[in-house]
Design a protein around this ligand. Sequence first.
Ligand SMILES: [Zn+2]
Length: 471
Amino acid sequence: MTRRLALILAALALPCLACLGAPACAQTRTAQQQLAVDIYKELVEINTVTATGDTARAAEAMAVRLRAAGLSASDVQVFTSAPRKGNLVARLRGTGARKPILLLAHLDVVEARREDWSVDPFKLIEKDGYFYGRGTADDKFMAAAFVANLIRYLQEGYRPDRDIILALDTDEEILDRDALGIQWLLKNRRDLIDAEFALNEGGSVGLKNGKPIRNSVQTSEKVSLSYQLEVKNRGGHSSLPSKDNAIYRLAEGLARLSKFTFPFKLNETTRAYFERTAELEGEQVAADIRSVISGRPDPASLSLVRLSANPVYNAQLRTTCVATMLEGGHAYNALPQVARATVNCRIMPGEPVDEVKATLVRVLADDQIAVTQMGEPILSAPSALHGEIMGCSREALGRVLAGRADRPHHERRRDRRQLFAQCRDTDLWPFRPGRRCRRCANTRQGRTRAGEVVLRRPGISVSAGQDVVRR
Ligand SMILES: [Zn+2]
């Protein structure tokens, strides 16, 4: 990571760092920090719920601030892609020595029903060192920090060696399904947002006792895919129940799923994440992490079990599938003719999607429970930063590989090929060559079919074997 980028990342954290863990901070803020909080408050208090709110208003409010700070009208524009739908693009001009960097944050928020909230969701409340309000964490703190930083750069006359582009988009929370947000910008004003790389939400600042200890950078995302589970039954009257009941069958399948965990798997990013996290954790957790990344702990090892009990670590360790919605029956006195559940899976990059469905079917262990994939997997390409984070010099790669001397030789060989391939082509996700190791064919876990390669690239859907399908 370049020093400049590190500085920008550090700067992003400023508005939060001043406050978390420091209850009296409202009194001790610098003018810059106060400005960031003011922008934050303005954004949170404009209702931008995707379906009913007004992102155009929020985009316009930010444009007013940026123009007042000195950006020309052509360098800060609001595009209203539909009524109440706004996208802002602003540009701080640098020397042009390097390609621009894009800072991306979304303005819309998910619905906030007043009855679900103990406070008004559209009022920024600061209490005990925390901020309350819809969008405070997703993603208005980031939008506010970006705007505050741009204003600060303008005030200080900072001229970076590349343009800094800010895009605040709409409809992220509904995956831009109507193409009014980032897709609208890509289609209509690509020229304005073209950049060497973008920083988007997903990483986070880690604090300990109010002090920043790490800045996470996300290189890719797990693949999100949902499945519908459905049990049908001929039904009948509740006065004459039989043992075969759609709701019970589905519930029993779900109970089996709840007890299942996918095997743990590390990739380059999560390995690096855990290696560095171990340095910041307490003794027990650090020991658990080191044990888990050291090689192959057996699935029942206490270290793995303890680490997996932490939802954040668990999500980094494996594919997860969890029930999120449930429906069944149609009358209080009728036996259910249908019961359905939605299960959302977050699949590790490098894991064939088809295998996840097969695993679900196996775990549910009931051929009356029909499992249907809902929609296409949502893929995200890995960031070009991956190479930079991993360190792609021959020496850096050598160091990474030397740290894995204790692993089986075929894994070292695979790691080597994978690391070099990823450094040559950062669009390539971790892949898994399928030939069996000749020397230890019997000991290798999770054998793959001959010729199987798992590739992830934008525009290529997920498959196994030779059937790589282009979308
Ligand atoms: Zn978000």
